[in-house]
Design a protein around this ligand. Structure first.
Ligand code: VGL
Ligand code: ZN
Length: 226
């Protein structure tokens, strides 16, 4: 059986990390040593993703009218711009990862010299896009990145996913990797969650679709043995 593994490091950006991130995930910075260990390995392709929003992005609470514009709390129904009958209930956030700002930058301690491609996502102001592959709409899909193409072109069989945040962008990137047909592995101890209490449900979701959570040591060993 061929084993052609890819690594996708999701959204390891200043705005998702202490001490200054607007949407800081607790201990978000602490996963960098694990990520750098993964980045040192001979994956067929290593990709870093960036949440990369325009200032008028629909997911920013600041772009909505009160009273339903509380960051982290308010929900908003986004309609597919091509099909108002298809809707997505989504959470509103503080402004984050705005194109051209410090908050959108990858952490300087992340070993970007090992990264082959950077995939930017969330540029379309009209839709939320947690997944590094595509927005969540299907009838029709509104926008997608070149990630699926990059992975398929390289003949990738297995996708290892780590980074931020375990319950949002890592989760939806993993679900889409599985839908693309890849053996999908989430490196659990190289992620952190916005809401750690949600992780049992995320694990159940992974189990249902055949995504496996692995430890970083296990992932490192698999790559070394390959
Ligand atoms: C993310 C919330 C909003 C993430 C991105 O990278 O997990 N979370 N935008
Ligand atoms: Zn975002």
């Amino acid at each position: 059986m061929a084993f052609k593994p890819a690594l996708v490091v999701v959204d390891v950006q200043e705005d998702f990390c202490p001490p200054n991130g607007s949407l800081a995930v607790q201990e978000g910075r602490d996963i960098v040593p694990a990520l750098n260990a993964l980045l040192s390995l001979p994956f067929v392709i290593k990709i870093a993703t960036k949440d990369f929003h325009p200032q008028d992005h629909i997911s920013f609470a600041s772009n909505h009218a009160p009273p339903n514009n509380k960051p982290f709390e308010s929900m908003f129904t986004i309609a597919n711009p091509h099909n108002p009958g298809e809707t997505q209930e989504t959470r509103l956030w503080p402004d984050h990862c705005v194109q051209g700002t410090k908050g959108a930058e990858l952490l300087p301690e992340l070993d970007v010299s090992q990264v082959h491609h950077i995939v930017e996502k969330g540029q379309d102001r009209r839709v939320e896009m947690y997944s590094a592959f595509a927005d969540p709409f299907t009838s029709p899909n509104v926008t997608h990145s070149n990630l699926a193409q990059l992975l398929h072109e390289k003949g990738v069989t297995d996708v290892y996913i780590a980074g931020l945040a375990a319950d949002y962008c890592v989760r939806f990137t993993a679900l889409d990797a599985r839908k693309e047909g890849f053996n999908t592995w989430v490196v659990g101890d190289a992620t952190k969650a916005v809401d750690p209490a949600s992780l049992p449900d995320v694990r159940k979701e992974y189990e249902k679709v055949g995504i496996t959570i692995v430890g970083k040591d296990e992932a490192v060993q698999r790559l070394k043995d390959a």
